[in-house]
Ligand binder design. Sequence first.
Ligand code: GYE
Length: 350
Amino acid sequence: MFKFKKRSFLMTTVLAVSLMLSACGNNAANNTKESNAPANAGTGTESAAPANAPAADKKIVVGFSQIGAESGWRDAETQSIKDTFGNDPQFELKFSDAQQKQENQIKAIRTFISQKVDAIALAPVVESGWETVLEEAKAANIPVFLLDRTVKVSDESLYTSFIGSDFILEGQNAAKTMMELLGSDKQVNIVELQGTVGASAANDRQKGFKEIVDANPNYKIIKSQSGDFTRAKGKEVMEAFLKSDGKNIQAVYAHNDDMALGAIQAIEEYGLKPGTDIFVVSVDGIKPAFEAIRDGKLNVTVECNPLLGPQLKQAILDFKAGTALDKWIKSDEDVYFGQKAIDALPNRTY
Ligand code: GYE
């Protein structure tokens, strides 16, 4: 049932080719599929030119509401957006850092609306509470692209596309790889470090993982708590888990690498060996995680691609040209452990 070994070469090749394509700003795979989404809903003009074409000499202004800088993954995403739009003279980027607060993101979106930007990109810190401000953007005919995390809204036309990963799949892959490497017939008590409460990345990574674990009576999640996607809180929560459950813990599942790196520190300070005494699996695939795998302290990282700048840019250009977009533009990802992670390390840029 578990197919990573067989598929890993193919997946790596597919990943490399698609990364090359998107690096060239020509991610054909994402732009030619049929879309269920209404094409450019709510933004029509009377012009005979492509529906959303800007005047030839006018820059395309993009407002990006970023969550904050809680993790290495997010820093890499911010850099990807700044590089992509900063290096392209047809764009102007307005960047706003919300410091983890939804209210700051709502304020930023309202500012972008009053500035009449051409497109809004939003990495929503949590899933709910966006309807009102998204309705305001829609009323102003400004397309909203959700980046990396998604929202729960009753009306899907409130955003144009979601560009990001399949978090349920990531959670499933984390559990499947854990069982493959530890053996599914072994008794395994797992502690879980959740991401930010209410974030789609946390909700769905929990859901996918739990689904697989619940199907195996030998595997149990004995504790689960939020470490807010940060290294410091991941360490703090792991310290508490070790204090209450100590040697009863066989594995850690962290919703991101930063929290796993914090947990690794806590395990070492407790006097156990992370990666050996306690199995550690996390999500993201940032460089320090690859280094931790090389050093034998982390067992697995499930990749989640933060380099979303080229896909966002292509989506905005397609939208402007009146091309139908996928409602969900998926990013490419893989699973890394053992030698495969060590081999990939020199090419990790973030
Ligand atoms: O995994 C985590 C970050 O939303 C996919 O947010 C993103 C997550 C990522 O802080 O490290």
